[in-house]
Design a protein around this ligand. Sequence first.
Ligand SMILES: [Zn+2]
Length: 227
Amino acid sequence: MSDQMDVEFKVPAIDFSKKGQGAVASHYAQSNTILQKHKMKITMDSYWAPDQSWWSKLMAMVFGEDEKSEKSLIGNTKGTFKEADIDAYGKEVDKLIDTFKSPGKISSFLFADFIEDVARYGPNRQLHGQAVRAKSKAKYQGKEAVFMDINAAGHVFVHELGHIIGGAGEEAEHTGAQGDPENIMYHQVQPGTDQTALTQAQINAFKTGIYATISKVKTAPPPAAAP
Ligand SMILES: [Zn+2]
């Protein structure tokens, strides 16, 4: 039995989608199909889906008893999330992330539907996920997490995580309109393409970032030599 080093990212799941752990696990599995080619993986470090009573407590914790019914940020029983609320309720988003934050891990929050901000960005745009990170918005002050639509395309989880595990350099950014449409960090979801490619620079950035940990993976022993 030989040991092989893998780079692991611990990603606890906080599931508001009401679609069950299997639906969440499938995003992890699809991500690992992409990452394993480069000896990386994500693990669902823990899974938590609030029941009604926990959800009410969380709402009160995040929004305060008086206000909770008036806010729309996860303040509904359908488990949906409005894009516009990330900006409208920055302080509450921070609190939500803080509540689940553990050192060295990237929390993932999953929602039944990520509702696009049509007023700001126009119609015909489908939002699959969003990385909340210190770098892009000063108000987050180091609070980082990924928010996912449970119905997102298969590569999107790695894309959103990439915005964080890619670190402070351009490897964490979109490849842009001129970039390779097959790259995981391409700026939009391209129907009909895989979008699972990673450049060597991206792989290096992921593996050397602050969230990367080394894990030993048992691999099958080599077949016995023929007599
Ligand atoms: Zn992106």
